[in-house]
Write a protein that binds this ligand. Sequence first.
Ligand code: ARG
Length: 251
Amino acid sequence: MKKTLLSLAALTLLASGAQARTWDAIRQSGTIKIATEGAFPPFNVLKGKELTGFEVELANELAKQMGLKVQWVTQPFDNLLIGLQQDRYDFVIASHGITPQRAKAVDFTNPHYCTGGAIVAKPGGPKTAADLVGKTVAVQVGTTYLDNVRKVQGVKEVKTFPKDTDAQAALMAGRVDAWVGDKFTGLDLVKAQKGKVVAGELLFNERIGMAVKKGNASLLKELNAALAKSLSSGSYAKISGKYFNTDVRCK
Ligand code: ARG
């Protein structure tokens, strides 16, 4: 937690530094550099050399509409916004909840989906925020799950893991009483584990956006325009349906 707070504070300072590539520069180069984590199914997943997932397909679609080739970069979740400040890539799509704290360090697009943080536990385990009293909870480091579980009074311990899948594994291994993570990820986990875990209550809702370097208004505008076009043309609905069997756009 300390580490996350420090890195976000450092980010806010860095935000005034080097120049990000403007939309003109990106368009002239013909290629946009996009960063994600690649360990957050079903949103962004790196399987061998292949990057897939809802966000990967959506970003590829947006780039196609913008007339650009894509160069993908994968980074640990906790480093993604820092790399953006260092101009290592043009934007980040990695299920970042739009929070006031993050919005001090980066600029967010309009949300590309809406979701929430949910509790998953073994049958008989905690299902509600009140049930978490005296329990240990696994979450991915640097996430809104960590922030929100910390707000629940009486939780015995919050264990953080570099990857969300590690936090899930801790639940399956019985090293924690509950996992808190994305509600869609939770549904997939419950399905994959066939009765070994059950979904509990939704702890909070969030709007998820793509992040550009603070002040990169020209790229932000193009991304928002491409997203709006995808939402109205049906290409968004098609990708969403493929991964979730439902339309996950914000309503
Ligand atoms: N939605 C959560 C957040 O905003 C989790 C994001 C985790 N993303 C990932 N690629 N692991 O913090």
